[in-house]
Design a protein around this ligand. Structure first.
Ligand code: URP
Ligand code: ZN
Ligand code: ZN
Length: 459
């Protein structure tokens, strides 16, 4: 297997230049001018196009038993969708129930994924309870190369952990050098407000955002920051949505807390008006934390530009509009949470970020790929274009114009939250470890070739 990508403009967070990339087997072997390919190698003409490192989605739920149902994608459908959209690696949240042991959960996610993904992937290990038994098992899981935890300060009675468990999880993470990813919403406030709203007869999807205002998220972040400060653990706030929460994170960073911040493409391009749509249409836009007032978007974009926000993920949690979202038809607390966007993330970030002048190309690569690779111990194997790195590459056509739609999408869910939206630019060719895996909006790879990525110590 040998592949030459000729004359593309290579973009990484640190460099921007036109060159050829020579890939031998699974890795990048050489970058230079006028590289002549041996007979029989595949040559991709990238003149007039960008070449990015494969994009990384640090937060997905491909397999997720949640709110009485299961997310709709499989590792096959999701990895195909990821690749078509330029994402070559994703991190799925391994989320056992509180009744399950961590090892049982880990084995379930392994069985769901092994031999089924077309792109590479890793897990963040969910800590959904903490006792002596789970601690011993978590140590084994970390030793096997899963160097990040996921905790929920929300979802009372489901994935949520209490404060003793939080403290002990962070102490263990500090000891093991593991990054702790955290969903920050105060679960008690959510539960109390849900109860009040239902009692007042508010049962429709609007109850979801009313029950989770910015203060609920800011309190969750503040809470985590206090625990992180006392334990010295490295933390990563997932799906941060609003200025109030960001202020708490920044204040903690100024106090010396080792905290990184992820936002989602949904918060950058969708606002609360979508969650206010009439009828049950709003249920397509139910996720936690909820979509916020549009004024937050400028702050999040500024956060990306200034480095206060390090990554843009999707929290891809796909639940059908027909059949699954209606589980909460008469009670918003039962609407499965999530807005699928694994396939759309990169193109939306490029269209609304780069094309509209909100971020430059190098920030686009940093927040869409490289920063996640660095944070979670994959760099420079992933998130880089340099000799020795995996040949995960995205040849991106900035001249492409098209529309997002359910009819054209690859992932398995029955709606597209961005139906009819114009995109400017898309991946022309996507490679995974030297093999073409998507071409011009169509999957062209090999299901089962994707590898589980064991990770070294996170930075
Ligand atoms: O609404 C969301 N975010 N759904 C997925 C579960 C989670 O909280 O990450
Ligand atoms: Zn979450
Ligand atoms: Zn999530």
């Amino acid at each position: 297997m040998s592949l030459l990508i000729k004359n593309g403009e290579i973009i990484t967070p640190d460099a921007r230049y036109v060159a050829d990339i020579w890939c031998e087997g699974e890795t990048i072997a050489r970058i230079g001018q006028n590289i002549e390919p041996p007979a029989g190698s595949e040559v991709i003409d990238a003149a007039g196009k960008y070449v990015f490192p494969g994009f990384i989605d640090p937060h997905t739920h491909i397999y997720l038993p949640f709110m009485g149902t299961y997310s709709r994608d499989t590792y096959e459908t999701a990895s195909k969708a990821a690749l078509v959209g330029g994402t070559t690696t994703f991190f799925d949240m391994c989320c056992p129930s509180r009744a399950e042991d961590p090892k049982a959960g880990f084995e379930t996610w392994t069985a769901q994924s092994e031999g089924k993904s077309a792109c590479d992937y890793s897990f963040h290990m969910g800590v959904t309870k903490f006792d002596a038994n789970s601690e011993a098992q978590l140590r084994e899981i970390v030793a096997s190369g899963v160097r990040s935890f996921k905790i929920f300060l929300a979802y009372k009675g489901a994935f949520g952990i209490d404060d003793s468990e939080l403290y002990r999880t962070l102490k263990l993470a500090k000891e093991l050098g593991v990054v702790v990813c955290a969903h920050c919403e105060n679960e008690t406030l959510v539960a109390e407000r849900q109860r009040e709203l239902i009692a007042a007869g508010v049962t429709g999807p609007e109850g979801h955002y009313l029950s989770r205002p910015p203060e609920v998220e800011a309190e969750g972040v503040h809470h985590l920051m206090s625990f992180a400060e006392l334990t010295g653990a490295k933390v990563y706030i997932v799906h941060l949505s609003c200025v109030e929460a960001l202020r708490e994170a920044v204040a903690a960073r100024l106090r010396g807390v080792d905290v990184a911040v992820e936002t989602l493409i949904q918060y950058l391009v969708l606002d609360r008006s979508y969650a206010e749509r009439g009828g049950f249409e709003a249920s397509k836009f139910v996720m936690s934390p909820p979509l916020r007032n549009a004024s937050n978007q400028a702050v999040l974009w500024q956060g990306l530009r200034s480095g206060l926000v390090q990554t843009v993920a999707t929290d891809h949690a796909p639940f059908d509009f027909e059949g699954q979202k209606p589980m909460g038809k008469d009670n918003f607390t039962k609407i499965p949470n999530g807005i699928p966007s694994l396939e759309e993330r990169v193109n939306l970030l490029y269209t609304h970020g780069v094309c509209e002048g909100r971020i430059d190309l190098q920030t686009f690569v940093a927040v869409g790929s490289t920063n996640a690779a660095k944070k979670f111990g994959l760099f420079p194997r992933k998130g880089a274009i340099q000799p020795g790195a995996d040949a995960d590459l995205v040849v991106y056509d900035p001249e492409y114009r098209g529309k997002l739609s359910k009819a054209a999408q690859t992932h398995a869910v029955d709606y597209n939250a961005f139906e009819g939206w114009e995109i400017k630019g898309r991946p022309s060719v996507v490679t995974v470890r030297g093999e073409v895996a998507a071409r011009e909006g169509k999957f062209a790879g090999t299901v089962g070739r994707g590898r589980f990525l064991r990770r070294d110590c996170a930075v």
